[in-house]
Design a protein around this ligand. Structure first.
Ligand code: ATR
Length: 276
């Protein structure tokens, strides 16, 4: 019987997940479909119960439900617990387990432009849910230092304290101080929404002091090239937009659901065709 997968979000109108997942299933010869479910916040608990009662095989979870959904699952994977959010639910005979593939998806994408994170100085801009996922996954790769810079410095400090056990060398800088010391970092990651469409002229940090040969990565994929990435390119840095993370997190969800990691290229192709 055809399996049903889905996305719980609100709103979900612009989501590229359905076409991306269906492209993957087609390529894998997996008889499955992927449906976007627009779930209002006060309906989330019912929607999760619906996964069981309707026999939906698995769901992705997106804004604004990633944290709240944890209350309604039977089990939460360790990594998702550390990130504090779930983006993937696996349904095994009505038993719902929550995972988070955002952090690992990001690292897999980052490793296409740098061979390793070991001994690197990494600057993370932002201290929200996306930063938490990225930092959580990075900590396992033994970077030399992770520095968080955020508009609201207290939030950066809270995040740094949260990870002080897993990564001894996690620090906080103001955005201004991070700009001054930018030359110390070989990987710079924007996890904020600054520069996202429609506010495409905005930039989260100045790259004036960027060291040549660094990696500058933006989680944003709309536009494909933010002004941050444009400046980075001019300064001869390696750049990475958010498409890779989006595709990899989806591929890792599919691996949880089917036991097979899908081919990335067909997924990436349909996503890019929507964004160009
Ligand atoms: P997400 O889950 O996508 O990370 P979030 O948890 O709302 O979303 O976090 C958004 C991040 O983007 C935060 O770091 C936020 O900074 P503050 O903690 O100071 O709010 C950052 N951000 C959003 N809009 C911003 C702006 N206009 N300028 C600077 N930082 C911004």
């Amino acid at each position: 019987m055809k399996k049903v997968f889905g996305l719980l979000g609100h709103p979900i109108g612009h989501s590229m997940s359905p076409i991306m997942h269906e492209a993957a299933y087609k390529n894998m010869n997996e008889e499955a479909t992927y449906v976007g479910f627009d779930v209002a916040p006060d309906q989330l608990e019912h929607a999760v119960k619906g996964i069981r009662s309707l026999g939906i095989s698995g769901c992705n979870v997106t804004i604004p439900h990633k944290v709240e959904v944890m209350n309604y699952l039977d089990e939460i994977d360790e990594e998702a617990r550390q990130i504090g959010a779930v983006n993937t639910i696996v349904n095994v005979n009505g038993y719902l387990k929550g995972f988070n593939t955002d952090g690992r998806g990001y690292i897999q994408s980052l490793l296409t432009v740098t061979e390793s994170l070991t001994q690197k100085n990494i600057l993370v801009i932002g201290a929200g849910g996306a930063a938490r996922a990225v930092i959580s996954a990075m900590a396992a790769h033994q970077p030399s230092k992770i520095v968080i810079a955020n508009r609201t410095e207290e939030k950066a400090q809270i995040l740094a304290d949260m990870f002080s056990d897993v990564s001894a060398s996690i620090q906080v800088l103001s955005i201004l101080e991070a700009e001054k010391q930018l030359g110390d970092f070989s990987i710079i990651i924007n996890t904020t929404s600054v520069g996202m469409s429609p506010n495409v002229a905005d930039q989260p940090i100045s790259l004036k002091n960027l060291a040549e040969g660094s990696v500058v990565s933006d989680l944003i994929y709309n536009p494909l090239e933010t002004v941050l990435l444009k400046e980075a390119k001019q300064k001869k840095a390696h750049t990475l937009n958010g498409v890779g993370m989006f595709v990899q997190q989806g591929a890792l969800s599919i691996e949880h659901w089917t036991g097979h990691f899908p081919k990335i290229e067909p997924m990436q192709e349909v996503v890019l065709s929507q964004l160009k």
